[in-house]
Design a binder for this molecule. Sequence first.
Ligand SMILES: [Zn+2]
Length: 136
Amino acid sequence: MTGLRDALRRLAAEATEDPRPAAASDTRDLDAAVAALNQAASDTPHWSALSWTPGQPPSRQLRTSGRTASAAVSAIAEETITLFSQDTRHQLRACLAPGCVLYFLKNHPRREWCSAGCGNRARSARHYQRHRQNTA
Ligand SMILES: [Zn+2]
């Protein structure tokens, strides 16, 4: 799982031109990251099943003949392949709030942060910076 996480961080950094040194992946090589992702996606056979109980919203369920945890990792890898192979990868952003190492989908034109907490931290940092410049 650590190998997959490092691979995903490397791919996200590539897609976003991530400038954050603290967010850098241990996996430096793009080919190695792609290979790790593809390996994880194919590790455990899995498929989706629709579940729809009357009166409940329909939901997607993961099925496997292997271990559930391994299938979940393979499903995450497969969803990642979908993300990076479609135009949605252009919505991926590195969160540039102070101290943050996360990524997010810019699914709204005004969205600039991964979370409201990061937005508040970034605004506080800007306010503090302006105040320091005015008093120096
Ligand atoms: Zn953030």
